[in-house]
Design a protein around this ligand. Structure first.
Ligand code: ADP
Length: 499
């Protein structure tokens, strides 16, 4: 079935559009999740929207399902691996990686799926740094579109990556091309600048779903401030989280701090610089508290590191606001102030500065080496900006992870009303016992968070179908949409539990 499909694609689009070699298939099958690698029959590489449309039509004709993906750099979320095995990978980013336009008057860039954070950052530099992109702490060569359509997020005022897209071009499961928003009118002059035009706002249904393939979009850019002044505070006590949340909330709600504010557990920092000290624990896991405290001390992370940045014309202009923020935190009697200069000099603090400045950084990715064996997975619930709620989540996650032999590494990325509670769980993927514990830890986290009323959000491919099965009405509605748009199951059946 798929053999004929690959032949047809190769015939119509040329042999460079297909890879069915053993080596090629092997290189696209691995990931870091506990559910194992996913074999694929082959990979297709469109070079244009027209190619995507052709491939989709051929897939439907041959009864093949496609797994569209941009760069497959979403480490710990699934990489190139489809939710269900046996799907043909469509690697959009390999040949569709052009920055099609930068509008410097209105501040947007029109990009293809393969455009990476690093690439768009470099383009901004080339144009004189008038604009900044919303950076990432993930791999710099990850796709901006891939991240946005999976509803990944950043750290600057443009943190809502999906929210910064405008005028998406989408290839539907029948091969037709659909432009969202004002783009529905072919000659619209407002396609990339106006979101709320006529009719239902459909852009969102193409995120965390399988209703279409995004082939280009505008991404809005933020004017780069003349001065970016970072600040951080460390807190020594595990029990300080609740108080920290209460201090952070008014700073965001009243727009005192323009960036998001990160509240990061010590391990989420020191794991970028250190590896698990098996020699000191006689091979035992998880990390004992005394060694954790020692590492927190060694790397200056505290039990919690709070950070943010101010934007303005000069340091002098920002100083009064910084003084106010210092006063807020120092009044707690528990915060140790870390200056912008100190942040520049410490590799862990520097990650924070980079993310607030729209500078892609590879340093945080070093966390993946904390344990050997290459396993990593994310657990991503949201947290209301209330101390008590954050503390309940903290207790719940720390307990479940410890029971299963894992460290509690979390970063709360705080916005006005909610934080993203980024949990990264590093495990040895070569050790079957650890893989089994990882699977039960994840199931236990989902169950416990459901019970306390905090559902998970963005989900690694291994758990998407199970996560959707808890939500019967959403499952039914998305199933109905899927049946209407994609009765043949041409695009990624099973993705986010939609089929
Ligand atoms: P990253 O930028 O992190 O490398 P990926 O390319 O791996 O992101 O994509 C993340 C998720 O988004 C994957 O589940 C993939 O299926 C989906 N996705 C990525 N790009 C597109 C696209 N252009 N159209 C539709 N879905 C996409």
């Amino acid at each position: 079935m798929s053999e004929k499909f690959f032949e047809a694609v190769s015939q119509v689009l040329g042999p460079e559009a297909v890879d069915v070699s053993d080596a090629g298939r092997a290189s696209y099958s691995s990931n870091r999740l506990p559910g194992g690698d996913r074999q694929t029959d082959g990979i297709v590489f469109p070079s244009s929207t027209a190619d995507v449309s052709t491939i989709v039509r051929l897939a439907a004709e041959h009864g093949v399902s496609l797994w569209p993906t941009s760069t497959g750099h979403n480490w710990g979320m699934g990489e190139f691996s489809p939710v269900r095995g046996g799907q043909v990978i469509m690697h959009l980013g390999k040949r569709m990686n052009r920055i099609l336009e930068v509008d410097e008057r209105l501040g947007y860039a029109v990009i293809e799926p393969g455009v990476t954070f690093r690439q768009l950052r470099a383009k901004m530099a080339e144009l004189g740094d008038k604009f900044m992109i919303s950076g990432t702490s993930g791999p710099p060569d990850g796709s901006i579109i891939g991240n946005a359509v999976d509803r990944g997020a950043g750290y600057t005022p443009h943190f809502d990556h999906f929210g910064t897209l405008c005028g998406m071009e989408i290839v539907l499961p029948n091969g037709e091309i659909f432009n969202t928003g004002d783009g529905a009118l072919p000659n619209a002059n407002t396609r990339f600048t106006n979101k709320s035009g006529f009719g239902p706002l459909l852009d969102g249904i193409f995120t965390q779903s399988n209703f279409g393939i995004v082939t280009q979009t505008a991404v809005w850019l933020m004017p780069r401030p003349a001065t970016i002044l970072g600040f951080a505070f460390s807190f020594a006590g595990d029990e300080d989280l609740s108080e920290i949340f209460e201090l952070v909330r008014p700073l965001k709600l009243n727009s005192v701090v323009p960036t998001l504010i990160k509240v990061t557990s010590g391990g989420y920092g020191f794991a970028t610089e250190d590896t698990y000290p098996y020699d000191r624990t006689n091979g035992q896991v998880p990390l004992p508290d005394d060694i954790r405290r020692e590492l927190q001390e060694k790397h200056g992370t505290g039990a919690w590191l709070v950070s943010g940045a101010l934007y303005g014309p000069s340091v002098g202009a920002l100083q009064p606001t910084l003084d106010k923020i210092r006063a807020v935190f120092e009044a707690s009697g528990k915060a140790t102030y870390i200056s912008h200069k100190e942040m520049l000099d410490n590799p862990i603090y520097k990650i924070h500065l980079d993310t607030y400045s729209g500078e892609p950084t590879a340093s945080e990715v070093d966390m993946l080496n904390w344990r050997p064996g290459g396993g990593a997975t994310w657990f991503l619930p949201a947290t209301p900006m209330i101390g008590e709620a954050a503390e309940l989540q903290h207790q719940t996650s720390r307990r479940i992870l410890a029971e299963h032999g894992f460290e509690y590494f979390v970063e709360f990325v705080c916005s006005t009303r909610a934080a993203r509670g980024l949990h990264l769980i590093i495990f040895n993927r070569q050790d079957p016992d650890e893989v089994a514990r990882m699977n039960s830890a994840y199931a236990a986290l989902v169950e416990a968070y459901d019970q306390i009323g905090y559902p998970i959000g963005r989900t690694p491919t291994d758990w998407q179908e199970r996560a959707m099965s808890r939500l019967p009405v959403l499952q039914q509605v998305t199933h109905q949409i899927k049946a209407a748009l994609d009765p043949m199951g041409t695009i990624a059946p099973g993705k986010y539990g939609i089929s």
